[in-house]
Write a new protein. Structure first.
Length: 332
């Protein structure tokens, strides 16, 4: 009788039960471990949102403080700039005061210094001075020497705008110009040139500036900052003024302001201006020429000789052209 072999089933019911229970346990563990995760994530999101809001608030505060600090910094910088400008002005004023004090300290000796320097210059410039004196004719008895004739209807200023005049004599230049303008209560025309023949107001170049109180104030105001190039020689300005403005029906006075004549021959200047300003042999000059000498160089070492040459030249020009020479002894 044949024996039947028993068949063994690998995947029987018991095995499946065990496997199912194992998978169930694993799933149950996973479910239990994931129950609290949404709460943790939600809490984390809330905490981060609060942190972002707080940081944004702090950022706004920092930006606001930065703007305040920037405004304060700009204000401090503006104050510093204003203080620097004030300091620069004060230093300039101090420098001017020191210069004036240095000049004023010699004020008591100014006249004697001028005389001594003129005497010294005359000794050193004997030939040139002798040549000037040889052609000199004494003025008539009734000529005005100490004063300034005020019979002119038109006045012209020819002003030396060199560095020495600008640095040391400019306040006095403005004062003397105002004094001269005050001598003439009313004229028909005014003009201002520098020693190179450059006009103060280009819109009036070649013509007359109408006289009025406002125009006179404008001239004095413009003079405070007017500084065209200068070669410290009056020849160009004087000859240009005579050539352009002389007219037979006009009475004109010309005022020359300066302090220095360092180059050139005085006799050549005298001859050039005589040629331009003479009506004819034995006749008067076309234009009266008054001259004002500023003693800027008298207190500067080695420059007194140029001041003496300028004084000699200006005196000769005034005497030859029916004018007056005024030599100032102080810059005060």
């Amino acid at each position: 009788m044949r024996n039947r072999r028993r068949q063994i089933e690998v995947f029987n019911l018991s095995f499946l039960d065990v496997i199912s229970c194992g998978f169930g346990a694993i799933i149950l563990l996973l479910v239990i471990s994931k129950i609290s995760e949404p709460r943790v994530i939600e809490q984390s999101n809330l905490d981060l949102s609060g942190l972002v809001v707080r940081l944004e608030g702090e950022l706004h505060e920092i930006r606001g403080e930065t703007q305040i600090f920037n405004r304060q910094l700009i204000a401090k910088q503006e104050q510093l700039s204003a203080h620097k400008e004030k300091l620069a002005r004060l230093e300039g004023a101090l420098s001017d005061i020191k210069g004036q004090y240095r000049l004023a300290s010699t004020g008591a000796e100014a006249q004697s210094l001028i005389e001594a320097e003129l005497k010294s210059a005359k000794q050193e410039l004997t030939d040139e001075m002798r040549q000037l004196q040889s052609n000199y004719q004494r003025p008539k008895e009734n000529a005005v020497i100490g004063g300034v004739p005020v019979d002119s209807e038109y006045i012209i200023f020819v002003i030396d705008t060199s560095g020495s005049m600008q640095r040391f004599a400019w306040p006095l230049v403005r004062r003397k110009m105002k004094e001269i303008l005050d001598i003439y209560p009313k004229v028909k025309g005014v003009q201002v040139l520098n020693d190179m023949g450059d006009y103060m107001f280009s819109q009036y170049a070649g013509g007359w500036i109408p006289d009025s109180a406002a125009r006179r104030r404008a001239i004095l105001d413009r003079l405070s900052s007017w500084a065209p190039f200068s070669n410290s020689s009056p020849v160009e300005g004087v000859t240009k003024a005579i050539q352009r403005f002389y007219a037979a029906d006009k009475r004109i006075s010309l005022y020359v302001f300066g302090d220095d004549f360092s180059t050139g021959l005085m006799q050549e200047v005298v001859a050039t201006i005589r040629q331009k300003n003479t009506l004819g042999k034995g006749k008067d000059s076309r234009v009266r020429i008054h001259t004002v000498g500023f003693p800027v160089l008298l207190v500067q070492p080695g420059a007194a000789q140029n001041a003496a040459r300028f004084a000699a030249l200006m005196r000769r020009l005034a005497e030859d052209n029916n004018g007056s020479f005024v030599g100032l002894s102080s810059l005060q």
